[in-house]
Design a protein around this ligand. Structure first.
Ligand code: ADE
Ligand code: ZN
Length: 324
């Protein structure tokens, strides 16, 4: 089965570029930029990837990204991910970035965007991976901060295709960000939203009805609301599920409890993604393998998951056909 999974062409639609920072690169950049990490060694850093919930992960994720400073750093971080994705037969990626975690350190929006974008172009040229970029607002910060971030990014509108919402979910519902998402839509941007990762099914409904989300990131808590499951199935709303993330952040006690098979059986348009791979113990193929083994997914189900990743991407029909 591992060979079958490795050979499947896949798209990855839920991947935070900041969350691809491997400890080895973190130490290299810490040294180069003279920024200190709260760990003495790579092994110590990896050993700290033992989380109780989303917040315990986010605390480490925001602390670690402080070593990524220059345009070249953003380029190197992004290219390292694309090489890994290419080695797993990922043919298309839609990558999240969190500009507020950089602008708060006085790194200009332009530096972040230019570094990431130049790597995406190189990936397309040299590896044949197509990529798009999605700007995420940090939901634990204010709606005003999100608004200001969108205004800072709009001069570079051609470098990203959409906006999303991430960070600490509970207590920060989609309804907090209606105005900025309306402004994003007015600028022709696609809309996605993390919802139902730790938060209740109502946050998924808010993301759909108030933000007009076209895709839901995670969405696993929809399973507690049969009417919502029915709606998501009828409307074929894509759900970008991240199985290893859900287990490592204790959303489920182990993979055998993960609902992804039941979600497929309910007719939901589910995809498999890696979220923040080094933190959660695997890239996209390891996520496929983990759910296949724990839930005994068939080849047909694996093919469906991979197909869903292309049909849920923000690509034209012609672009999808080329990749499928
Ligand atoms: N930022 C990076 N990974 C995240 C996740 N799984 N949930 C919310 N925000 C995130
Ligand atoms: Zn995420």
């Amino acid at each position: 089965m591992d060979d079958f999974i490795a050979a499947l062409p896949k798209a990855e639609l839920h991947l935070h570029i900041e969350g691809t920072l491997e400890p080895e690169l973190a130490f290299q950049l810490a040294d180069k930029n003279q920024v200190s990490l709260p760990f003495a060694t790579v092994a110590e850093m990896r050993a700290a990837y033992d989380f109780q919930d989303l917040q315990s992960f986010l605390d480490l994720y925001y602390a670690s990204i402080s070593v990524v400073c220059t345009e070249e750093d953003f380029h190197d971080l992004t290219l390292a991910y694309l090489k890994k994705a290419d080695s797993q037969n990922v043919r298309h990626t839609e990558i999240f970035f969190d500009p507020q975690s950089h602008t708060a350190r006085d790194i200009p929006m332009e530096t972040v965007l230019n570094g990431i974008t130049s790597a995406l172009k190189q990936g397309e040229r040299e590896l044949g991976i197509s990529s798009r970029l999605i700007l995420c607002f940090l939901r634990h910060l204010s709606a005003d901060s999100a608004w200001e971030t969108l205004q800072q990014a709009l001069p570079f509108r051609e470098q990203f295709i959409g906006v999303g919402l991430d960070s600490s979910e509970v207590g920060h519902p989609p309804s907090k960000f209606v105005k900025v998402f309306e402004e994003a839509r007015r600028n022709g941007l696609h809309i996605v939203c993390h919802a139902g990762e730790e938060g209740p099914p109502e946050y998924i409904t808010e993301a759909l009805d108030l933000l007009h989300a076209e895709r839901i990131d995670h969405g696993v808590h929809c399973m507690e609301d049969p009417a919502l499951v029915e709606r998501l199935a009828v409307e074929q709303i894509p759900l970008t599920v991240c199985p290893l993330s859900n287990v490592r952040l204790c959303v489920y006690p182990d993979m055998s409890q993960h609902p992804i098979k039941r979600m497929l059986e309910a007719g939901l348009r589910v995809t498999v993604n890696s979220d923040d791979p080094p933190y959660f113990g695997g890239y996209v193929n390891e996520n496929f393998t983990a759910v296949q083994q724990a839930l005994d997914l068939s080849r047909q189900e694996l093919i469906q998951l991979a197909r869903n990743s292309f049909t849920s991407a923000f690509l034209t029909d012609a672009e999808q056909q080329k990749l499928l």
